[in-house]
Design a protein around this ligand. Structure first.
Ligand code: IPM
Ligand code: MN
Length: 377
């Protein structure tokens, strides 16, 4: 426990990133009222829009703060036309750069449907899945696989002939993220909605890919240390249909990086859309928390997008800090935020455009901040 409190480095980033982060900070401030708040957020500019203006993705002081802080809260990066000389998106340093640089090896993405949240399917707002059937956590490997910058082009006489991305699956990378998933299954209060079983599902393409065979072997080897936790397997193609058809079967899911990226966007549909999906990028010494959605340039400046993913990111951040520092103040505040969010959603009071409503980003923040104040400390 840190008596002086925790330093949080905050990056709004691009587009709607700063808008949702502003609401996240509003809710964090409401949690910290009535007493000295055990956290100190500091905002730093950075991202693609900053790059267009300043010629660099961020300032050295911002990068230092990210490396020094107890936790990082990130909005979103990416802006049309903001590209680095090598073709990468400007703002990459804040997302992929920090995942690599701080060794944030597990991307932990809860997928839970809260009562009162609807899905937009075929243009209509309805509840397709039963909230009691959607409650899993997808743990995505976050530092290797096709994301390793082992790629390039063969250009001869000015013409590109071949482009190649190398897929690396390492013993270290697979082992630690798989261990994270089993530890999470052990710690989670609930098992799968279907039967309460605390299963861990390994999603891969081990019927074809060597890296996936190695990932699955590692899953079996590490899993033997967790004999009380049933191991479950799914090829990624089949998984996409089972996820939609029987989400109640899943408790903790672990997957290599690229497949994890794809299945978590699909899973977001089950939890009401990208507006509700948050992720924690977690390493052994650092944690960065973010809404999974992007910077949504076409909505930028309109005060229209859904800030709930950022509220969940703040909740994940508080819970992670509380667990890591054995600090009940923070786990208590994470519980308080979750219950304020759940009550607000259940009342159907904060429906933004993606939920078929017209509540603005800032009004949704006001509603959750008010719910936080009404929640027992
Ligand atoms: C995500 C995003 C990132 C990724 C992009 C912005 C680089 O899609 O966090 O899922 O591919 O990991
Ligand atoms: Mn993604």
């Amino acid at each position: 426990m840190k008596d002086a409190g925790y330093e949080v480095a905050v990056f709004g980033g691009d587009g709607t990133g700063p808008e949702v982060v502003r609401e996240g900070l509003k809710v964090l401030a409401a949690l910290g009222e009535n007493g000295p708040a055990p956290w100190h957020p500091t905002e730093y500019p950075g991202g693609g829009q900053y790059y267009l203006k300043a010629g660099k993705e961020w300032e050295p002081a911002a990068e230092e703060a990210a490396h020094r802080a107890d936790a990082i809260l990130l909005g979103a990066v990416g802006w049309p036309g903001a590209t680095l000389p090598n073709g990468d998106i400007a703002g990459r340093a804040l997302v992929l750069g920090l995942r690599e640089g701080l060794d944030l090896y597990a991307n932990v993405r809860p997928c839970r449907l809260y009562p009162g949240v609807t899905h937009r399917i075929s243009g209509e707002y309805r509840t397709v899945w039963d909230p009691k059937n959607v409650d899993m956590v997808i743990v995505r490997e976050n530092t290797e696989d096709l994301y390793t910058p082992a790629r390039g082009r063969l250009t001869r006489g000015g013409e590109t002939e071949v482009a190649v991305d190398t897929r690396l699956i390492t013993r270290k990378g697979a082992e630690r993220v798989i261990r994270y998933a089993f530890e999470l299954a052990r710690a989670r209060a609930r098992g799968a909605p279907e039967d309460g079983v605390r299963r861990v599902t390994c999603v891969d393409k081990a019927n074809v890919l060597e890296g996936c065979r190695f990932f699955r072997e590692t899953f079996d080897r590490v899993g033997q240390e967790y004999s009380e936790i049933p191991r479950d397997y799914a090829y990624v193609d089949a998984f996409t249909q089972w996820l939609v058809r029987n989400p109640e079967h899943y408790n903790v899911v672990v997957a290599p990086n690229m497949m994890g990226d794809i299945i978590t966007d699909l899973a977001a549909v089950l939890q009401g859309g990208m507006g509700f999906a948050s992720g924690g990028n977690i390493g052994s010494a650092h944690g960065m928390f973010e809404p999974v959605h992007g910077s949504a340039p076409k909505y930028a400046g309109k005060n229209q997008v859904n800030p709930f993913a950022t509220f969940f990111a703040v909740e994940q951040m508080l819970r992670w800090l509380g667990d890591r520092h054995a600090d009940r103040r923070l786990t208590g505040q994470a519980d308080r935020l979750e219950s304020a969010v759940a009550r607000t959603l259940a009342r159907g009071a904060a429906k933004t455009y993606d939920q078929g409503g017209s509540v603005s980003t800032s009004a949704a923040g006001d509603l959750v901040a008010a719910a936080v104040r009404g929640e027992a400390r």
